[in-house]
Design a protein around this ligand. Structure first.
Ligand SMILES: *Cc1c(COP(=O)(O)O)cnc(C)c1O
Length: 396
């Protein structure tokens, strides 16, 4: 069985977790501080604040920008549901816009059409690791005085050419970028998230709110020779990352370049080996973007039934996932008013699949995926079958 993804973890991460446990400091402490400094240096950001996951990062980002009840945040429906949930946690209203004609990223033209007097921010997504057109979005943000939050959950190690220079996503180019260290992403701490920003005042808010709104941290109190009483000037949350996670994250950061390089090599193999398969559309990397290939998504002609193809692949030992979800089609967001067309988002969800891609994948495994896909696509194109019965509950 070739899985859809596999975290790249080894003895170095296990040893680091062990050392953190044996140090006696397991909650947010020196390892978290070191992880933040190393992450900031890696992406080129002045500030990086670690949190419990990317969803809490997105929530803090929205709150720090002052999003509150009735405020509109323009974003895509075609993304993981955490984005809209985070906006709504502040009382804000997601305004869903469509994706571009090619690829799976937000349409800048659609964003501009969606701006109203109640718009307070743009939440863009670097979907499955492919940078969205940030330069155009930032220009729009400047023109309308709107902050830009980047959902960079999948985009650790992805790069973008801005003002003629190649830079890492998270530098940050927008006002805040939010990353995830879930095992489905390119590097992992089990669960974990990171906020990067160039604004010191926003970074200070993240740090205050992630630990209950407490004025001084455990580390400061522990290190002080004077008795210190904390106070709680603002309502906060417990969104902390643990030192065990951060210790693992520091080892993962050392592997990032290698992991991304391997993923890019696999994506290149996929492009080359699948170029002659009829009925599918390969992902396109704009000349100003370098993806980390967190996922490899192919489009399917309507003659190829998505579920039948996925089942056929599974029967032959190749895992796949359907295209990226559309939040507006889920019960959780059913009460969000829809004001803009979302046809391309729905089209992409229902007529694309994600293929296995992980750094440890061998050339033989890549070949097996491609050959299996080719055979099943040709079979479906030549002998179309009725779609398989949907199971009662679909696990993602
Ligand atoms: C994974 C993901 C998230 C959520 O990240 P968690 O760390 O699991 O909270 C948010 N947005 C996007 C686009 C994602 O892919």
């Amino acid at each position: 069985m070739i899985p859809i993804a596999k975290p790249f973890l080894g003895a170095a991460e296990a040893d680091a977790a062990r050392a953190a446990v044996l140090s006696g400091w397991v909650s947010q402490g020196p390892q978290v501080a070191a992880f933040e400094a190393e992450f900031a240096a890696l992406v080129g950001a002045p500030h990086a604040c670690a949190v419990s996951n990317c969803t809490t990062a997105l929530h803090l980002a929205c709150q720090a920008l002052g999003i509150g009840p009735g405020d509109e945040v323009i974003t895509v429906s075609h993304s993981f549901i955490a984005g809209a949930n985070a906006i709504r946690q502040t009382g804000g209203i997601p305004v869903f816009v469509d994706i571009e004609r090619t690829g799976y990223n937000i349409s800048v033209a659609a964003v501009e059409k969606a701006i109203t007097g109640r718009t307070r921010a743009i939440l863009c997504v670097h979907q499955i690791g492919m940078p969205c057109d940030l330069e155009a979005l930032l220009a729009l943000g400047r023109q309308y005085g709107l902050p830009v939050i980047e959902d960079a959950a999948c985009a650790i190690g992805s790069e973008i050419r801005i003002d003629g220079r190649w830079e890492k996503i998270g530098k940050p180019h927008g006002d805040i970028a939010c990353f995830s260290f879930h095992p489905r992403k390119v590097i992992t701490t089990g669960e974990g998230g990171m906020l990067t920003t160039r604004h010191p005042d926003l970074d200070a808010k993240f740090r205050l709110w992630r630990q209950h709104g407490m004025s001084i941290s455990d580390v400061q109190r522990h290190a002080s020779s004077q008795i210190q009483f904390e106070d709680y000037p603002e309502r906060g949350y417990n969104y902390r990352m643990t030192d065990i996670q951060a210790a693992i994250g520091r080892e993962q950061l050392k592997r990032l370049d290698d992991i991304v390089q391997k993923r890019r090599a696999i994506a290149t193999l996929y492009h080359r080996m699948m170029a002659d398969i009829p009925g599918i559309t390969l992902p396109v990397e704009p000349d100003w973007a370098r993806s980390n290939w967190q996922s490899y998504c192919i489009g399917l002609d309507h003659a190829i039934d998505q579920r039948s193809l996925m089942q056929a692949l599974l029967d032959r030992g190749v895992a796949s996932r359907r295209g990226i979800m559309c939040m507006h089609l889920e019960g959780a967001q059913a009460d969000v008013p829809l004001r803009h067309p979302l046809d391309r988002s729905v089209e992409a969800r229902d007529h694309s699949i994600l293929l296995p891609l992980f750094a440890q994948m061998t050339t033989d495994e890549v070949r097996r995926v491609v050959n299996t896909l080719r055979a099943e696509v040709l079979f479906l194109l030549l002998a179309p079958r009725p779609p398989a019965d949907p199971p009662a509950a679909v696990a993602s």
